[in-house]
Design a protein around this ligand. Structure first.
Ligand code: NAP
Length: 267
């Protein structure tokens, strides 16, 4: 029986994985799922679906109805809700789950980082530090900075939002990866004296961290949410390792029929 992979995507790593699967695993049926946060996403090969599943129940239903036999969670490191739902769905369906999570950025000796636990903690720092602040965040994070009137913000987003909750700001729309030269120009021309970012990891958005190091600019670094992993689920940090995991799983028979048809209970 043919394996069917559900790839929870929305990251560069998910796109790279989908392309690698498409190129090397012709027998694997693959559906990528996107949250639908960007208006014009780069489309992965294979089948695509967009938008929330409707919580854990909706995800479990999708897995059952579509006969999914493998689940890979390659969402953003801060996508804590989707990751928790994937774990719950794994517990219910027993479909093998892999978390593909790129390593977090590690502080270098010349970095000046202010670690904070969440976006609200970052906004608290901006109340007293920084006159021209580069917010390298998602549109959904900006509301936390709404009441902060004195600094001038530079906001970079993939798409212009419908409403902007900030008082004084410039908006740049751009999609990574970003080069060192481009980030240096943006930060120098903007007169930036504070940068706010999530610790997303990966190379595509790391250049701003290097520029901050060069120019001695402090970085408010939002720590990753902690996401527990079940002993039964696996985690890898690279696309290559994810491919190995999938190859290993596809050599086994798909786990179907785990559920008892008459009671709905797991067998
Ligand atoms: P989230 O908070 O974990 O997810 C919220 C809900 O969005 C989920 O419960 C799910 O809805 C839906 N969802 C998320 N990812 C999905 C996917 N791949 N396919 C289908 N539905 C999905 O994640 P988030 O809202 O995407 O983002 C959380 C944080 O990550 C934010 O700080 C954001 O800025 C950052 N981030 C996300 C992405 C991305 O592409 N997702 C990219 C860059 C940064 P249901 O419960 O209805 O299934």
């Amino acid at each position: 029986m043919r394996h069917r992979l559900l790839l929870l995507g929305g990251t560069g790593a998910a796109l790279a994985l989908a392309r690698a699967i498409d190129a090397t695993m012709p027998d694997l049926a693959m559906t990528t799922s996107l949250a639908g946060r960007t208006r014009d996403p780069v489309l992965p090969p294979g089948e695509l679906r967009t938008g929330g599943f409707g919580g854990v129940d909706g995800l479990v239903r999708f897995i059952d109805e579509r006969g999914i036999t493998l689940l890979v969670n390659a969402t953003h490191p801060f996508a804590a809700t989707m990751s928790a739902h994937a774990l719950e769905a794994q517990r219910e369906t027993k479909v093998p789950l892999l978390r593909l999570l790129r390593p977090a950025w590690a502080k270098q000796p010349k970095d000046s980082w202010i670690p904070v636990p969440d976006v609200k903690g970052a906004a608290d720092i901006c109340r007293w530090l920084g006159k021209r602040i580069f917010l390298s965040l998602g549109a959904g994070d900006l509301a936390a900075f709404a009441g902060i009137a004195h600094p001038h913000f530079l906001v970079r987003l993939v798409d212009a939002p419908e409403t902007m909750p900030l008082a004084r700001y410039d908006l740049v729309t751009a999609r990574g990866p970003f080069t060192l030269a481009d980030e240096r120009a943006l930060i120098e021309q903007g007169g930036i004296d504070l940068i706010v970012t999530k610790n997303s990891g990966g190379a595509a958005t790391y250049a701003k961290i290097e520029v901050a190091r060069e120019l001695g600019i402090p970085v408010v670094m939002i720590r990753r949410p902690e996401i527990a992993l079940d002993p039964g689920s696996d985690m890898v940090e690279s696309v290559e390792a994810a491919l190995d995991w999938i190859a290993d799983q596809t050599e086994r028979s798909p786990r179907t029929g785990d559920r008892n048809a008459t009671t709905g209970e797991k067998a």
